[in-house]
Design a protein around this ligand. Structure first.
Ligand code: NAD
Length: 326
């Protein structure tokens, strides 16, 4: 029996595959994931060499099969589900960024919405026990009351990326209701940790501070973000694979402790032992002023509780980045 992880060579996907390897080696997950299939198309959204390095490390584990391919390829996905007797899907593959979604809205919707629909169809034809979808805090959009509560009214997404994640969520919820696909949507909040996507703010800021070069800051740094460590996100995903009462639900995976971007920069400065040189840029209309997860529902249904304080996680991240730039 196997578990399929789309986007398995990416930042969160590669951490999830590692987590699943450790859990299944210890006999966990009730046999759902004897084998882990990491499907990735190694696209050039960011340097594919980083994804290939992630995949090479994963492929060293006997339980992992890395498959190069696209989750929109219906024949490939059908074959994988049948051949590996897949019992659960973790759908993490996506066009994951806000700026990209503004430059390439059609590609974003094709990958995030139609791609998710293709996988939902595959799961309708080859029933699985759980379909976990990587959604985002971006679905809350402008106008949602903070902290963001899953079942309270949503605002309008501030960008195409958020709209694409909400559209995919709605398709999944429909497939849960109409076709019995055991879909659960997890809304990730500002995930960070080793192997973070290189274009993300924490990665860019850390690189610039370590190099001593100007750091591009959009706006005055007062926006608040609920930074959540990737290991906490993986624990939440694993819980969602077997928890009762979560099918057809949306659940937040956040940290419930937003900090300003200015504070983030201070934490990097402390860990790096160097001050930032700020290159002040105008604010961007696509940025929400705040992300903040209510964790009441995910605590109740998943037993989810974040464990890594942002001060510790950022310090460890800076150390990791220092190690990679040696
Ligand atoms: P990532 O880009 O590192 O990982 C995504 C992976 O999916 C990449 O390796 C990419 O090559 C692969 N991929 C993309 N389209 C594909 C396709 N059509 N077929 C096969 N593989 C494909 O991004 P990430 O930060 O690890 O994000 C993982 C998921 O979590 C995404 O769905 C993203 O939207 C979601 N998410 C991330 C964050 C965050 O802060 N990183 C926050 C909220 C939600």
């Amino acid at each position: 029996m196997s578990i399929l992880v789309t986007g398995g060579a990416g930042f969160i996907g590669s951490h999830l595959v590692e987590t699943l390897v450790h859990i299944t080696a210890g006999g966990g997950l009730g046999g759902i994931a004897g084998r882990i299939i990491a499907l990735d198309n190694f696209n050039d959204y960011y340097d594919p060499r980083l994804k290939r390095a992630n995949a090479a490390a994963l492929a060293a584990h006997a339980q992992v099969a890395v498959v190069e391919g696209d989750f929109r390829d219906c024949a490939l996905v059908r074959d994988l589900l049948a051949k590996h007797r897949v019992r659960a899907i973790c759908h993490l593959g996506a066009a994951p960024g806000v700026p990209f979604s503004l430059q390439k809205p059609l590609e974003t919707v094709e990958n995030n919405v139609l791609g998710t629909l293709a996988l939902l169809e595959a799961a309708r034809q080859h029933p699985v026990e759980r379909f976990v979808f990587a959604s985002s805090s971006s679905v809350y959009g402008r106008g949602a009351a903070a902290p963001f509560v899953e079942d309270a009214p949503l605002g309008t997404p501030a960008n195409t990326y958020g709209a694409s994640k909400r559209a995919a969520e709605l398709l999944g919820l429909t497939y849960a209701q109409s076709h019995g696909v055991p879909f659960v949507s997890l809304r990730f909040f500002n995930v960070y940790g080793p192997r973070l996507r290189p274009e993300m703010a924490l990665a860019v800021f850390t690189r610039k501070i370590l190099e001593g070069s100007p750091l591009p800051l959009h706006g005055d740094g007062s926006v608040l973000r609920d930074f959540t460590h990737v290991s906490d996100i993986c624990r939440g995903i694993v819980a969602a694979l077997t928890a009762a009462g979560v099918v057809g639900q949306c659940l937040n995976l956040g940290n419930d402790r937003p900090i300003t971007i200015r504070r983030l920069i201070e934490l990097i400065e402390q860990a790096a032992g160097r001050m930032a040189v700020i290159d002040q840029l105008p604010p961007r209309s696509e940025d929400l002023p705040l992300t903040h997860a209510s964790l009441e529902k995910s605590r109740r249904l998943l037993g989810y509780a974040p464990t890594i304080p942002v001060e510790q996680g950022v310090a460890e991240y800076v150390e990791w980045m220092r190690g990679t730039s040696k």
